[in-house]
Design a protein around this ligand. Structure first.
Ligand SMILES: *Cc1c(COP(=O)(O)O)cnc(C)c1O
Length: 369
């Protein structure tokens, strides 16, 4: 169907930065800069600088950033790794790829890991915790890191949805041994396909990740140090991301502005629960990768908005641990299970017009609750 308000608008996104993007692609093609060339180095330095960590390693996806983080940190079969079910399956898949056992904890009302549930999930086999900064909001990293310190556990941040977000003045991606970002097109910083990055302050981990992405091949000596993978970021994608990164602060500003508009427009409806309003000060600086409302009439509202030409998204209608194929159905996670029936993401991206935001708000108000 033809939507009046799209959930994302890639053509408009690229139209606005067309000359710079095509210029960057042209530079790569005309010079033959296709694999791990200076555009990749440039982007990696810029990204590391933006987050405030020492190293960024460009990869083919956020999924591999998670996988390589666990591998580089020495996670092996038999180890347990704690994360949440209320996340994209990739977070849990990365644990599975290492032969380790995922241990899932519930989330809190802000849809992020409920750090108060961590202690009871820790066993003698626990090696790592993967907090997921969902929807553009950082987890309570004070508590997560305190529990990790107490039990000598590694922390790997799944920051795929939170580039630019902060907690206690510190950037998402600067709390763990490593942090993982995704440049999937719909992410806050998206490329024209797939891409990701692993960030770390640890020299040895960064070196290991660079080897893992390139078949264990040490280019300086020609030695192959172990069986690795092919998971390099495409140089063209890195060149595109390098162009886009400098717009990110403006895009985040616009995302927060839209979130405030939704908040003001919808706050008087007691049938829906809204995300926290963006505030200039305080512990949380949210970047609104998604604007997720909650309502018990979710499925009807989703259908109603679709009929009215407004595209929304449900992440995720089935909790990850309820997919039988993943063999995680022994976990009981009441908040996760409740949330999956109530969440609805409204359109929020820098290019959306104020008129379209107003249209979404007005349409929601005409829904017969
Ligand atoms: C997008 C995403 C990933 C995976 O990233 P890809 O680049 O698609 O592999 C992992 N975790 C979360 C929370 C995500 O949103």
């Amino acid at each position: 169907m033809a939507y009046k308000v799209r959930f994302v608008d890639y053509p408009e996104h690229y139209r606005r930065i067309w000359d710079e993007i095509t210029g960057a692609i042209e530079e790569c093609l005309s010079r033959g800069d296709l694999i791990l060339r200076e555009q990749t180095d440039r982007f990696e330095s810029a990204l590391a600088g933006f987050v405030g960590v020492k190293h960024a390693v460009g990869l083919n996806s956020g999924t591999d950033a998670l996988f390589f983080s666990l591998k580089a940190a020495g996670i092996v079969p038999g180890d347990e790794v704690i994360t949440v079910s209320h996340t994209f399956v990739a977070t849990i898949a990365a644990i599975h790829y290492c032969g380790a056992t995922p241990v899932l904890v519930d989330v809190g009302e802000d849809m992020n890991m409920d750090a108060s549930q961590l202690e009871k999930s820790i066993s003698s086999k626990t090696k790592a915790i993967i907090p997921v900064h969902l929807n553009g909001r950082v987890c309570d990293m004070k508590t997560v890191n305190a529990v990790a310190d107490d039990h000598n556990l590694i922390v790997i941040e799944d920051a795929a949805q939170s580039l630019g977000a902060k907690f206690g003045g510190k950037n998402a991606g600067s709390f763990g041994l490593t942090s993982c970002f995704s440049f999937y097109p719909a992410k806050i910083l998206g490329c024209a396909g797939d891409g990701g990055a692993l960030l770390t302050n640890d020299d040895a981990i960064a070196e290991k990740a660079r080897l893992l992405r390139d078949h264990g091949y040490r280019r300086s000596t020609g030695d192959i140090l172990f069986y690795g993978y092919n998971s390099r970021i495409d140089n063209i994608q890195a060149a595109i991301l390098d162009v886009k990164l400098k717009y990110l602060p403006d895009w985040i500003k616009r995302r927060r502005e839209i979130a405030a508009m939704y908040h003001n427009g919808l706050k008087n409806l007691d049938t829906i629960t809204l995300p926290p309003v963006p505030v200039p000060a305080g512990d949380y600086f949210d970047v609104f990768q998604n604007y997720v409302i909650r309502t018990q009439k979710r499925d009807r509202l989703f259908g109603f908005l679709q009929e009215k030409g407004i595209e929304t998204l449900i992440s995720w209608p089935t909790p990850t641990h309820h997919h039988p194929s993943l063999q995680l159905s022994h976990f009981r996670l009441p908040v996760t299970e409740k949330i999956s029936k109530e969440v609805l993401s409204l359109p929020l991206y820098p290019e959306i017009s104020d008129e379209n935001i107003a249209c979404v708000i007005e349409t929601i108000k005409t829904f017969s609750w």
